[in-house]
Design a protein. Structure first.
Length: 392
């Protein structure tokens, strides 16, 4: 499909938005891979054909060329509650700290989960954060209360809230990322399409899902995955791989997250592979200087989550993450949702800053401010989830 950019922001609230428009005006047209055409040229016209034929192709293309394989087999998994406080948050919540241990081939690794559930609600829907920032942001003692993970806000809204830290699964370091999940799967390190850090983080999110299935305080059918920046990239990939996640929230995820690579705005594939060589598989680096040769782009990643809801965010000062390209990805994923009879409320042009699209299977907002995950973002996540679950 040939895309000639006709999108423009409806309103301009800051100099950074002017810069975004100027950047947009310079961006040439590009060809996106056909989302509803199989590799052998067949058109996909039904959800059954998407699920049987096209979706598996796209998953494999992402595995082989971007994120790496997602190993499924392990020998054993165990859950150990290491800290239990029934009257946390002045009696409003139940705190559990859980160690999830996974064994394979004589080796093991641990994922440390922090979970608050509301005491006034049975089997609550839960928001799970893939935490890529300091662990103080998810302080279980609540001595440090961070807007990055506003646990009290979620509890007061009737939701459970949980988090694990990426360092448990793979340290975010090019020299030590092998410590964690990849100790269980050393063959991934030897394969050009083997997973690296982001794949390991997504794998860990799925092991948390395994735990949620056993927790009587959690509604396993309503687990909402959240990630910011590199965590937002991970959330989209984990949601595409593991269809048990009910919905996905991706904050300011940018390149190899929600933003289209072919737009050449903000961070490039070459820049992300150079700065963070431990995030994606080796094959991805082959496209550093020829992004148009990629057999996928990020609208296809969002489409893999269909028919489940997806909500993505941007920030007006976060041009590096290409807010406009992230919005266009949502628009270009819509045809797959249409196969399931799911129509979004997305408009042809992005909404003005601080104007969220909530009542829609595909949600979005562009928040005024910098690259961050804030209480404003979380408040919209809650409203989006409320809308989706009321519909059900």
């Amino acid at each position: 499909m040939n895309i000639i950019f006709g999108f423009s922001f409806l309103m301009v609230f800051s100099i950074t938005n002017v810069c975004a428009q100027n950047e947009h005006a310079k961006t040439p047209g590009y060809d996106l891979p056909e989302i509803l055409k199989t590799i052998d040229g067949r058109n996909v016209t039904s959800s059954a054909a998407w699920k049987k034929d096209r979706r598996p192709e796209i998953v494999t293309l992402f595995e082989d060329n971007v994120y790496g394989q997602m190993p499924e087999r392990y020998d054993k998994i165990a859950f150990n509650v290491t800290h239990d406080v029934a009257d946390a948050m002045d009696g409003k919540a139940h705190l559990k700290e859980v160690t999830i241990t996974v064994w394979k081939a004589g080796k093991s690794m641990d994922i440390h989960l922090i979970l608050f559930t509301p005491n006034n609600k049975k089997r609550a829907s839960v928001f799970l954060l893939i935490n890529n920032r300091d662990k103080d942001n998810t302080d279980p003692a609540r001595n440090n209360k961070s807007g990055f993970w506003p646990a009290e806000m979620l509890i007061d809204s009737g939701y459970a809230i949980a988090a694990f830290h990426v360092s448990d699964a793979a340290p975010d370091d090019k020299d030590t990322y092998q410590h964690g999940v990849l100790q269980l799967y050393p063959e991934q390190l030897r394969a050009d399409n083997g997973m690296k850090a982001i794949g390991a983080w997504a794998w860990a999110a799925s092991r948390v899902m395994d735990y949620f299935k056993t927790d009587k305080d959690i509604d396993f059918t309503k687990v909402n995955l959240v990630g910011h920046s590199r965590g937002g990239k991970t959330a989209l990939w984990a949601g595409a791989q593991d269809q048990r996640f009910a919905m996905v929230f991706s904050s300011c995820s940018g390149n190899t997250g929600a933003a289209l690579a072919r737009r050449h705005v903000g961070e490039s594939v070459k820049e992300i592979n150079t700065a963070f060589p431990h995030w994606f598989n080796n094959n991805y680096k082959k496209f550093n200087d020829d992004v148009n040769a990629l057999p996928v782009d990020q609208h296809m990643l969002i489409a893999l989550i269909a028919p489940r809801p997806v909500y993505t965010t941007s920030a007006t000062e976060d041009i590096w993450a290409d807010p406009l390209g992230s919005y266009i990805s949502l628009l270009e994923a819509q045809p797959v949702y249409s196969l399931y009879g799911k129509q979004s409320a997305l408009t042809a042009e992005p909404p003005p800053p601080n104007t969220p699209i909530i009542n829609s299977i595909l949600g979005y907002h562009n928040r005024e401010g910098i690259h961050n995950l804030t209480p404003y973002d979380w408040s919209n996540f809650i409203e989006f989830a409320n809308y989706q679950y009321v519909l059900k």
